[in-house]
Design a protein around this ligand. Sequence first.
Ligand SMILES: Cc1ncc(COP(=O)(O)O)c(C=O)c1O
Length: 451
Amino acid sequence: MSSHAILPRSFTKQYPVAARAHGARIWDTQGREYIDLSGSAVVNFIGFGNDTVVQAMAEQASRLPFVHSSQFTSEIAEHFAAEVLDFAGPAFEGGAVFFTCGGSEAVETALKLARQFQVETGHPDRCEIISRQQAYHGSTLGALAVSGNLSRREIYLPMVREFEHIRIPYCYRCEFSCELGCDDCGRKYADDLRHAIEHSAGRAAAFIGEPISGATLGAVAPPPIYWPAIASICKEHGLLLIADEVMTGFGRTGRNFAMDHWNVAPDILVAGKGIGSGYAPLGAVIVSARVVDALRKGSGMLIHGFTYNAHPVSMAAGSAVLAHIREMELVQAADSEHGSIGQAFMQALHLLEEIEAVGDVRGLGLLHAVEFVRDRATREAYPAALKFSGKVAAAALKRGVLTYPMQGSIDGTRGDHILLAPPAVELDRLLEAVHLLGDAIREASDQAARS
Ligand SMILES: Cc1ncc(COP(=O)(O)O)c(C=O)c1O
């Protein structure tokens, strides 16, 4: 087909037409099979083709497809909210959940909630959100304002309000000499927040970050000291801590939420992607009791809303997905240290390190990235014009393997990586796909060497 009624992401790319999906695989209308090593875009966690989820959605759609949240709540929304709070752990006891249709809406909600919290608690000057370079928080204008992904935000910059973006820990290319090990640099990166708060002169309302970086930097986990240090700086200075767990939440990294790796309890947790595992458009803002109480005792209003928040069919999907995650112990399965799938997947990925073009393999659970380098000794990246990660993704696709390629890992322009985040199912297929990925990387580096 040469032209489409759908406005495409790219006018030059030929998109296969997807026909069906099961487990970790998708088939197109030509009958070609793809192994989904990236969970599409870090979405599919439980595997496709789950009849229980589909039935729950169908039953809900037939009984009560929709109510508007200004007029009704629904049994399924109340039920799922209670389940999500329980899944988020004791720090969210007495809290509440605001459901959205995806990650960007959830981030927007969290930013506005942080502002409203500050106003309700007597700090009307606090209106700035500090965030990090090389982060991605979504495509709406507020989410883009706090994102650091250069290519996704550059042309919109004149339309967004800019707040401070601090540096992000990046062990493979750390800016510090780390004489005291990672504690040293972890503290220094966290201290950037302290300085940004000072610059904001009393206007900082919140700090937002991805606990483990997502698309932009590619699955970098910070030094263990980093998030506890950030949390204590936020507390000391009256900022809310917003953890954007759109990619990392709901088991993806081998914990319910990635912040659990460091026992850090944010004030607001933002979820998306894995919460619905692709069965329905769904995101969530999980809010601690302190923030909810501020609104309840203050104006008594949430000055925000979407037509489709807490959509009953999405609620039914989310609840059935979570039940499946719990029943099949998929969070444990995804754990990279002891998990049945996470550990084997990580070990297989590390075998790719024998390929010269592989500079770094990193990540946790079922969220990993492979960063490519032209020269391993100096860690020199491929020239951006070569589009190396795109070449790897194309070579992988040729072999029926889906990946999530990104450029600009180092500074928004230089640096190539692919993100790998499969569902916690069909381990044999995933291992086969990692093997094929190795061949794809070799093919791309041979091509690069010839160019
Ligand atoms: C960390 C993070 N936050 C927010 C978003 C935006 O989510 P959505 O694309 O569902 O709007 C994304 C999407 O990739 C993300 O990775």
